[in-house]
Each structure stands twice: as C-alpha cells, then as structure tokens.
Design a protein around this ligand. Structure first.
Ligand code: TXA
Ligand code: MG
Length: 308
C-alpha cells in the first residue's frame, strides 16, 4: 500500500481509530479521532512523545467547535479568523465526547479550523474532530511536505498529500480568559493582526508560566486528593492499581489488570477523576514500569503527586 492516501481512504482509517497525516496551512498534522482515546494514544506512541501534552483539536467550522467548547462573545469574534492559523483555548463543554488524553485531563480545550481544503474535507469525511500535533517524530522538525512525513516516520504513517504548506510555522495559540486575551504560543497569525481586528490588547503569557505550557507544568493535573506513588494503600486511602490488585477492599481502579501500558494510559485521567470523586483524602498509586507509554504515564503521575 502506498503511503499516500486520498480523502476517502484517509477518513476511513480515521474512523477505524487509525492515524492519518494531513496538510494544513501551517504544517502537516498527525491526525487521530479526538474522541477515541486509543487513537489519540497512538499519536504519542508514533511520535515517541515522552509526555502527554494537550493536543489541538481540529474542526471543520464554528458550529462543530461549539459542540466542544464554550464560546464567550470575545471568542466568537476571534473565530472570524477561521479558517486560519489561530488556535483558541476555551472552556471545554462538559460531555463533549473528547478523549481525556486529547486534552490531558484539563477542563479547557484548544481548537482550530485549519485553512486548507483537504484538511476540511478530511474532517468532514471522517465526521469527527481530529487531534493533530505536527506530523514528526518527537524532537524533529515539523514537516511542511507530505514527503517529509513519509521520510520522518519511515513510511509507517499514511498521509494525504496537499503539496507544501503555505505557512510552515504552527498556529498562534490564544487563551480567552473572561475578557482577557493571552497568547500562549506565537505562531502563523501575528499578534498585532489580532489586536488590530479585535481592538484589544493580546497579552503575552509569562515565560515558563503554568498557563503557557500546561503540559510542562509541575503540578499540572492536580486531583483534590493527595497522591502517593509507587506504593500500596493504607487504611482509608483509595488505590490506583496496575496489574494484580487482589485483596484490597477500599475504592480501587485498576489501570490495567493485565499490565498493558496502552490500556493504562487510556484509563489514567478518567480513573484519577473517579478516585478523586470517591472522597478519599489520599490516592495510593501502584508502580508503573518506565517503558514505552510508561514514561508518559509516570510523568503525568509525578505531576499529579507534585507539591502544590
Ligand atoms: O499549526 C498547528 O497548530 C499544528 C497543525 C497541525 O494544526 N498543530 C500543532 O499542534 O501545533 P500541537 O498539538 O503540537 O500543539 C499543542 C499546543 C501545545 O503547546 C499545548 O500546550 C497547547 O497546544 N495546548 C493544547 N491544549 C491546551 C490547553 N487546554 N491549554 C493551553 N494550551 C494548550
Ligand atoms: Mg510540534
């Protein structure tokens, strides 16, 4: 099978939970169904990304975006830049169907409508929002041609070929925070253009601030309960198990009874949420091996356990 796909074949793969790279006006994205946790996890596996960063969710139009996020009036005005290289970070709509691993368990979501006919066709044909980071192995340059995608992943990732990307730099990310606008990442849309159109200042997020890089923040996913790692529960604690959890009777979730790291990664955020909701003051977490997706799982667990 050729690594190059037409829209129908790419959409079929995406609907099956497989990956398909596609062109946008900025860079090629490594797309997966954003509502399918397994599909989103294979983005991390394929890129070799060591930690779960929240991903940008690509939609076909504003109506589709509104099914996923709240749009205060200011966000609605910014959406006039769509389709275009502007990503908006907005409060997530409860029950929006997005996989926790796509938003890294945050209650906000980063959304954009890419300005590329093939990207829009692909999203419409797939009929679902697509999570898509740049289509390159972690630590390498972002691809701006389909050939670079094929070479970067040594032919393992199918791609819809749209020729060279017009912009070659990723989208500008702006967080809408009540009446304030905060740029989290400089990108293909100039801040001054946004300011001129909206008639309002766009602030710069302080460097290294939690808000600028949620994936990097030390205490990032913080449940209300405390978290103790690499341990077994004491009386009154909840237990996030991995592998064998026999004999424990308190509130328990098992990331993967069979010790499967992929399954564990898929369950991580939702099980932490559930144990938090059990009301226990402390969640004890079993050791998770540091191999494959275990690196990302341990990274996220360390953030959950970090002093706040
Ligand atoms: O141009 C682009 O934006 C490309 C093309 C493929 O569309 N995509 C891209 O996606 O660069 P990605 O997933 O690599 O960008 C993710 C960025 C990260 O910096 C992440 O921290 C930020 O988006 N992000 C995602 N969700 C966020 C959230 N809820 N709050 C703050 N930042 C968020
Ligand atoms: Mg990238």
């Amino acid at each position: 099978m050729s690594a190059f796909l037409d829209i129908a074949a790419g959409a079929a793969l995406l609907r099956e939970g497989k990956l398909c790279a596609f062109p946008t006006e900025t860079v090629y994205g490594l797309g997966a169904d954003a509502t399918d946790a397994d599909a989103v996890l294979s983005i991390y596996e394929t890129k070799g990304r060591p930690r779960f960063n929240p991903l940008i969710v690509h939609v076909a139009d504003l109506a589709m975006a509104k099914t996923l996020a709240e749009f205060p009036p200011l966000a609605e005005r910014l959406a006039e830049f769509w389709p275009g290289p502007l990503t908006l970070v907005l409060p997530a709509k409860p029950g929006n169907g997005l996989a926790d691993v796509a938003t890294a368990g945050l209650d906000s979501v980063a959304i954009r409508v890419p300005n590329h006919p093939l990207a829009l066709e692909l999203i419409r044909a797939a009929g679902r929002p697509l999570a898509a980071p740049s289509a390159n192995p972690s630590g390498r340059l972002s691809p701006t041609t389909a050939e670079q995608v094929v070479t970067g992943f040594e032919g393992r990732v199918p791609v819809v070929d749209g020729g060279p990307c017009r912009s070659g730099v990723e989208s500008t990310i702006i967080r809408v925070d009540g009446g304030r606008l905060i740029q989290l990442r400089a990108g293909a849309l100039a801040r001054s253009d946004v300011e001129a159109t909206i008639g309002q200042a766009v602030e710069l997020a302080p460097k290294d601030s939690a808000i600028a890089a949620p994936g990097m923040m030390l205490s990032h996913y913080a449940p209300s309960a405390g978290v103790r790692l690499n341990t077994v529960p004491e009386a009154g604690e909840a237990y996030l198990a991995f592998g064998d959890a026999a004999g424990f009777t308190g509130p328990t979730r098992n990331l993967s009874p069979s010790g499967d790291l992929h399954e564990a990664a898929r369950n991580l955020f939702s099980m932490l949420h559930e144990l938090d909701a059990s009301g226990a003051a402390m969640i004890a977490v079993a050791p998770v091996p540091m191999e494959g997706l275990g690196e990302a799982i341990n990274d996220r667990l360390e953030r959950a356990a970090a002093p706040r």
